[in-house]
Design a protein around this ligand. Sequence first.
Ligand code: HAM
Length: 423
Amino acid sequence: MKEYQKIKGTQDFFGEDALKIRYVEKVASNLITCFGFQEIQTPIFENTEVFIKNVGEESDVVSKEMYTFKDKSDRSITLRPEGTASVARAYLENKMYANNLPLTKLFYFGPMFRYERPQTGRYRQFHQFGVEVYGESSPMLDCDIILSAYSIFSKLGIKNILLKINSIGNIESRKNYSKALRSYFSNNIDNMCEDCRRRINTNPMRILDCKVDKDNPILKNAPNIHDYLTDESKQYFDKVLSYLDQFSIPYEVDYNLVRGLDYYTDTVFEFIIQSDDELNGLAMGGGGKYADMIQLMSDKDIPGIGYAFGVERIIAIMNKQNIWHDLSYKVDAVIIGLDELSKLSGFHLAQELRMHDLNIEMDYNHTTMKQQFKLCDKLNPKYIIIIGEEERKSGIYQIKDTQTKQQVGVKKEEILSYLKNNK
Ligand code: HAM
């Protein structure tokens, strides 16, 4: 028989691994709600144009990593490689800007798809938790956004995260900088990869983010964005840093940080994992400000800022730092029925208790004590409820506490409160 296997770069999550994903989602979404964010869920696929227009044609994500296909009506569809472009599309399409609030603050959680070379912390389907804010441009907001990510990491108990931050300037700064890069790289064209040679004309800043040329000294000696920032962008960035200082958020200004997506302006940042294994240096999350993306898609001049983090990477570092709470699956009670009628009574009791948030298991087929205790051994419940002919007649069921080994008779109608009170 043929054995089917999952697609390269994807994962099955079950048992504790599935619980870990839910746990990270819960901690992050609970905390971000305190920062004023509300959830948005967008489709997993969009018209390809949404990503090309916003993430940028020359970015690796769009040019090399997208899962793009034609649907049966010959439309070009793409599985979302990230959330920002989809959320911006939804923000505009649903006219959320008309809600009279100064800011629209949205968060999302879900799978993203990138055709990348699978390796530690890099998958073809992975989960992101992300946030986007529309409506205001302010260094204080930039700091608040970074603070929210930082707070999520500390709520999860994660240590040794380095915040790298940079400013890539506003559009005017970027124009001047692109000009300088174009002339610098044109003089060094012989030593560059094919993609980068093309990018000299199409989008020279993308060269700084090239994975092929990343150790090429030509990149290291390239002009620095900070020499091209306008006074406005410089002052903006200084203010962001001064707010970070006030909250004692440790950071490193990294002039080479340009991020791999085209929509950013001014503040960009990444949270880098520091670890003594292969996770070291990987970005746990990243983001930045994007003043012009909404204008690219509409006639609205509305600035945005956001970030996303990779949930698999969070889980990997939490595994490494051994900081999980006990997530194991806990059964409140297993119900044992010693004959067919008793099993049926147990079945009804199980349904009632489950409706009151108790986790109840039962054996469907067996009626002997020995066989049903096998299930108890496997599930390790807090209680075992035993029903036989005598219990059915008296209406008093036997409840055994598996830790103390004590067994008591409890009236059928009082079992719910007994279990709840002794949970
Ligand atoms: P990004 O840096 O492309 O930014 O991705 C954010 C995070 O997603 C990364 O730091 C990493 O943790 C995780 N990630 C990315 N690719 C993979 C992969 N192949 N396997 C596992 N994890 C991965 C964005 O996606 C932007 N949309 C963030 C943003 C939101 N900027 C503004 N708003």
